[in-house]
Write a protein that binds this ligand. Structure first.
Ligand code: FAD
Length: 516
């Protein structure tokens, strides 16, 4: 493979002497579930900043629908671990899986303590649902299919009550500042200009990479900045080729910034998949039918779309009553109705799209990266817990369990602020970055055509070449000023790393499926 890309250590010039500076004990980049839970678990006498690129609600945690997997009581633990590893095709990190599952009951207790109102039956027990590759019903939810909103609303209210947590919205993290191999803070940009956040510990909780693809369920803020930023700082990255395509996103012919998800919980309640001729097709692909792991169902749908020459297939939940569906899936029912689809009578057009990133910044089971004082948690981290394909509803759990473990580790450290050094960085640049909208669309097309559900080494190698050419020609020497400029540079760099990892892995496994 080629590999002669020469990226600058920092995306943008800075001089700490002339920048606005703020000092914290811990800076957490990302205010989704992983970041907020970590902040709330840290000691109350610690000064903490939580950065959000947009508003606090702009994150995937807020969008989560189906729920959070949890093994309550000892009986289910072995089964939950087995389901996680079979979905992940056996390449999961077993220690991380054990930690995830064994900590799940405590995670739910913590969320209850923080005020999360999980749905309950009349006798007070939790309502539990089923999703793909789960052997039993173990998924807890809030307001039917609005789990993320329910959890995040409670946690944001808790954060607002904590005087030690400063939520910095509309604050774009550009780069990690490192000195002598240690992370010393974050260079960021706000409307008022550049801001340096100095910190004893930094935590990356920057979510997924969905916006590298033309169709994704992910929030528009998720452009893969974390992976690119960590890479520039020298952090190890792993499993980057494993990207999950959700089988059932609502198909709409017109292009949308974010595609609406039809939760797997709908299949858990009995929905079946039909092709454009009305034929149920999953029996031809897997004995687990519609509840096979996501990579298998996504490939089956893709195959049917090609065979029938249709841009979508259909999800059929018409066997359930309107009354049941309105109560069980209020968000999905309402959104489909907005598009003229009454899911109690009509078939729902669906197609696979990018949904979740299994790879990311390599961490151990406490969230340590290879850079001193730098941690990562949540979707941007790679603990290896999901292997080559994430089990449904394990990612909210991961955000709580590993976000919490980062907080515990930081709480146990006695590192204090190092004497401040005034770093500066500058590099000759040729002129402003141009054609940003075109560059982003061009990259998304490259990713969909070459690094999507079905890949080939040949196509991955030519995609890598194309991405590197654009980086050299348009981005590397350009002056980046706006957030959109920084995002675009990060998108190309993260895409390059993903495509390179995919081209280097010649084995089809889970979500990484190659034909040659
Ligand atoms: C539609 C949808 C439904 C889902 N349903 C479920 C479900 O039911 N169950 C389940 O387990 N999982 C589900 N998932 C996956 C799950 O929601 C995510 O994996 C999880 O919430 C990720 O949490 P996080 O804290 O790591 O990241 P996020 O919640 O995405 O938060 C990322 C944070 O990083 C910040 N950020 C990013 N870049 C920068 C930057 N450069 N500067 C500053 N801040 C930055 C963002 O502003 C944001 O605050 C779903 C995902 C989607 C998209």
């Amino acid at each position: 493979m080629k590999g002669e890309i020469h990226l600058a250590r920092y995306l943008s010039d800075f001089d700490m002497q002339s920048m606005e500076c703020m000092k914290f004990d811990t800076v957490i980049i990302g205010g989704g579930l992983a970041g907020l839970f970590c902040a709330l678990k840290l000691p109350k006498d610690m000064k903490i900043a939580v950065l959000c690129k947009g508003k606090a609600e702009d994150c995937d945690s807020y969008l989560a629908q189906g729920g959070i997997a949890a093994s309550i009581g000892d009986d289910d633990r072995t089964l939950h671990m087995r389901d996680t590893v079979t979905a992940g095709c056996g390449v999961n990190n077993r220690e991380a899986v054990e930690i995830l599952v064994n900590s799940s009951e405590e995670a739910i207790t913590d969320l209850l303590r923080l005020g999360v109102p999980f749905d309950r039956n009349a006798d007070g027990t939790f309502k539990r649902s089923l999703e793909g590759n789960h052997s039993i019903k173990r998924i807890l939810h809030v307001d039917g299919d609005a789990t993320g909103k329910g959890i995040m609303t409670s946690l944001l209210a808790d954060c607002a009550k904590c005087g030690n947590i400063k939520l910095l919205e509309d604050t774009f993290a550009i780069d990690l500042a490192t000195d002598d191999g240690k992370c010393i803070g974050v260079i960021s940009q706000r409307k008022s200009g550049k801001l340096f956040l100095s910190a004893v510990n930094c935590v990356m909780a920057m979510g997924g990479i969905g916006q590298l693809f033309p169709a994704t369920t992910n929030s528009t803020v998720l452009t893969g900045d974390g992976v690119a930023m960590a890479g520039r700082a020298g952090a190890k990255l792993s499993s980057l080729e494993y990207i999950q395509f959700h089988p059932t996103a609502l198909y709409m012919p017109e292009k949308e910034e974010r595609v609406f998800l039809i939760s797997e919980a709908v299949r858990g309640e009995g929905a079946v998949l039909r092709n454009k001729n009305g034929e149920r097709f999953m029996p031809y692909y897997d004995s687990r039918l519609e509840l096979a792991p996501r990579d298998i169902v996504a490939r089956a749908i893709y195959d049917q779309m090609l065979k029938t020459g249709s841009p979508c297939v259909y999800l059929d939940i018409t066997a359930k009553s309107r009354n049941f569906l309105e109560k069980r899936f209020p968000t999905i029912f309402g959104e489909c109705l907005k598009h003229g689809i009454d899911i109690s009578k009509d078939l729902i057009p669906v197609a696979p799209c990018e949904h979740y990133f299994m790879g990311g910044i390599t961490t151990d089971s406490h969230g340590h990266t290879n850079i001193e004082n730098l941690y990562a948690a949540g979707e941007c981290a790679s603990t290896g817990v999901h292997g080559a394909n994430r089990l449904a509803s394990n990612s909210l759990l991961e955000a709580v369990v590993f976000g919490g473990r980062v907080a515990n580790d930081i709480s146990g450290r006695t590192v204090s602020h190092a004497p401040r050094k005034m770093l500066r960085f500058s590099q000759a640049r040729k002129g402003r970055l141009k054609n940003v909208d075109w560059l982003r669309e061009h990259l998304r097309r490259i990713m969909m055509d070459n690094a999507g559900i079905i890949r080939s080494e040949k196509k991955l190698c030519s995609a890598l070449q194309e991405i590197e050419d654009v980086q050299k020609r348009e981005i590397d020497d350009a002056l980046l000023c706006t957030e959109k400029d920084f995002e675009t540079a990060d998108m190309y760099e993260t895409a390059r790393l993903i495509v390179q990892a995919a081209a280097n892995n010649r084995h089809s496994i889970g979500s990484h499926y190659i034909t040659d």
